[in-house]
Design a protein around this ligand. Structure first.
Ligand SMILES: Cc1cc2nc3c(=O)[nH]c(=O)nc-3n(C[C@H](O)[C@H](O)[C@H](O)COP(=O)(O)OP(=O)(O)OC[C@H]3O[C@@H](n4cnc5c(N)ncnc54)[C@H](O)[C@@H]3O)c2cc1C
Length: 402
């Protein structure tokens, strides 16, 4: 694998940097730096989305004939890396990275024409209705059902851990359409408008005090037959495609490396409690160095997967490796931040958001204020998108053939 970027790629990197310098406002950078959750709040997310949409750089992981940028895999990677280094707000992953590619791949011409533009211009904001009580790791045991009536499906059930359902206009769901079929064969992928009677969103407050996830109750909810994506009963195949995109084809390493760089820099200023600074603490700096090495190794693996995808191959089950390693490293990096900031990082600020007018004053600095909520929040990394145990099983069975 040639790890050197071509002159064209270097030119692209310079173009992205120049764009970020000129168009990413300071308040959005500050918002991202002060966000403890995985998803950013819609206020900063929408503003950044609109800026990228106006530039035509939003749907960079969609095929060009669906409104994608037509970038190479290397360009996508460069873009994500530069955005991470610049602290650009993360984009609405469920709409853009998960549902968008599904619609491009499995959707009808009409679904592409109606759904994709409304994702891009921010009219619609989607959440993901897969998990249920008793159906997380064992997703195929899900019970929420969609009964086919004359011109619609009648949906009943309950979805759990639904991220940002409180902000969403729509939910894409896995629903049982054939209770008699084998568990995986009787599932369909159906789109639901949240703004209708029978849809109820109940908040779940996380460890750090953030409202990120919810329960969604679906009680005699109506979905027109046109809202079925793919064939009836093909929901499992679509879910596998989506989960591969969720777990991989993503660039986790750039953000991890950028956060580690910041910790390294801050270590030169943070007191170590013994008259020096944390950069003098050999145990701490060794931990930073080790984590950096692992993040660099992850970056190589992510680049290898992107190289495969550039040849037209799907991201594949090895993306489980990336998801698992990235989740573990995320927790390590956030743990290192708590260690770095000591007392200043221990206070658990409950007020949200931690940026903008009305944000609480930090004890010492903003990065320290975000450290504890971020640490608590990132415990979820090894759970969502499939737990580390489930990723290990996938790696063992599908990659290693054990
Ligand atoms: C912050 C957050 C956001 C989320 N957002 C969404 C969302 O937007 N939409 C959505 O649909 N879901 C979402 N989820 C749900 C997530 O996908 C599930 O929590 C996850 O798949 C685990 O399922 P579970 O919670 O039912 O745990 P369980 O499956 O009950 O697992 C409990 C424990 O048992 C272990 N375990 C289970 N089965 C096995 C096995 N076969 N072998 C070994 N160990 C096993 C697990 O690893 C885990 O440690 C979110 C979860 C979190 C925490």
């Amino acid at each position: 694998m040639d790890l050197h970027f071509t002159p064209e790629d270097e030119a692209f990197r310079a173009e992205v940097r120049a764009f970020l310098d000129g168009h990413l406002p300071d308040h959005l950078r500050a918002g991202m730096q002060a966000t403890p959750t995985v998803f950013v709040e819609p206020d900063i997310g929408r503003e950044w989305q609109a800026i990228l949409h106006a530039k035509g750089w939003l749907a960079y992981n969609w095929p060009a004939d669906c409104g994608g940028t037509g970038w190479t895999m290397t360009q996508r990677y460069i873009f994500e890396k530069e955005c991470a280094l610049a602290d650009a707000p993360s984009l609405p992953v469920l709409s853009l990275k998960l549902l968008g590619p599904v619609i491009c791949h499995f959707g009808t011409a009409e679904q592409k024409a109606t759904i994709l533009p409304r994702i891009l211009d921010g009219s619609d904001y989607w959440c993901q209705g897969f998990s249920e009580p008793g159906a997380g790791s064992d997703l195929a045991s899900l019970k929420s059902k969609a009964e086919r009536k004359d011109d619609h499906y009648l949906v009943n059930g309950r979805k759990l851990w639904t991220t940002h359902a409180q902000h969403a206009t729509h939910i894409f769901c896995l629903l049982r359409t054939d209770p008699a079929a084998k568990p995986q064969a009787g599932i369909s992928f159906i789109l639901i408008d949240m703004d209708q009677p029978g849809v109820e969103v109940r908040p779940i407050i996380g460890l750090a005090g953030d409202h990120e996830v919810n329960e969604v109750y679906l009680d005699d909810v109506v979905a027109p037959l046109d809202n079925l994506v793919g064939d009836e009963g093909s929901g499992w195949t679509i879910a596998k495609f989506l989960l591969e995109n969720e777990r991989g084809g993503a660039c986790h390493a750039p953000k991890l490396l950028s956060d580690l760089q910041k910790l390294r820099k801050a270590a030169g200023q943070e007191p170590d409690g013994q008259g020096g600074c944390m950069a003098d603490d050999r145990a701490f700096m060794t931990a930073i160095g080790r984590t950096e090495l692992e993040a660099q190794a992850l970056e190589m693996t992510e680049l290898r997967i992107l190289a495969e995808m550039a040849k037209g191959l799907p991201p594949g089950p090895q993306t489980s490796l990336c998801k698992m390693v990235a989740s573990t490293l995320r927790q390590q990096v956030d743990g290192l931040a708590v260690r770095l900031y000591g007392y200043a990082g221990l206070a658990l600020e409950e007020h949200r958001p931690l940026y903008g007018n009305g944000a609480p004053e930090p004890l010492r600095d903003k990065a320290a204020q975000v450290a504890s909520p971020r640490y608590l929040n990132s415990r979820a990394w090894t759970i969502f998108g499939g737990t580390n145990e489930i990723q290990r099983t996938i790696i063992a069975k599908t990659v290693l053939g054990l």
